[in-house]
Write a protein that binds this ligand. Sequence first.
Ligand code: CP
Ligand code: NVA
Length: 316
Amino acid sequence: MAASSGYPALAELKGRDFLSSTDTTAEQTAALLQLAADLKAGRTRIDLAGRSLGLIFSKASTRTRVSFTVAMARLGGQTIDLNPQVSQVGRGEPVADTARVLSRYVDALAIRTFAQEELADYAHWASIPVINALTDLEHPCQALADYLTLQEAFGELAGLTLAYVGDGNNVAHSLMLCGALLGVNVRVGCPQGYEPDAGVLEQSRQLAGTRCSIEVVHEPVAVVRGAHALYTDVWASMGQEDEKAAREAAFSGWCLNEELVAEADPRAIVLHCLPAYRGLEISAGAMEGSSSRIFDQAENRLHAQQALLAALLGGT
Ligand code: CP
Ligand code: NVA
């Protein structure tokens, strides 16, 4: 069965890139979550036998690397590690050459890098789908897994409120954009100076229209009050190691802890993309408490990315 049969909204994704949460429509995003849920439950099967995914990761990764590798294996395909350290990428071979050569060998590329522009450059030169496996601007694969986890907890996503407590970073950006597509209200709470990118905020609000709201607030309790999901991420992302001490000072009072969890909807779930620093952006109690779905969320990377690969590669 083609990935698109039974999921007609996915047909147009075959051969396409996934560089941003905005590369799928609202309908396609919802269909990806449905396919992910069906794959997870064993209600459907996809075959990507003989297909190969290249991984070019310029930053560390546990979840994304392993979940893409296992996702391809479960679909009958394989992955090839093309990290800069083991390929000519690390010795400066131009993106234009690398992308065109790899397009002759593999069926898709998942790329983790710093600048979104570099990812776009790969997509420009490659003739195969390019997937954003995290840039400084976005982490769209993460957002798919996150909303799958929220959907599992509440059934229906539209009308729910996700409160993101912390740095207005790549993870926050994709949560805002993907949330806007799915009709989820997203409240980002952060200290002054650590807001999400103004362009992403505007784009999210445009996508949300009157369906849901995308807000930025500067007071922790106001962010989480009545929310259905409480989400946080590290205060210093990869590449911001030099700012760690300054950020820890600026984010003092912004730990997602049990007191904040108590202000949310009683059914609220706690999420974190991981890796986490207990005692900084999240308390050990919030992380290990009964509301935490953090490890289900990590598992869902596998299911969400199987659905994404099936759609982009047109699995049968
Ligand atoms: N959440 C996430 O992307 O984790 P990794 O950095 O381990 O891939
Ligand atoms: N914001 C974090 C996410 C890690 C998965 C980073 O970019 O380092």
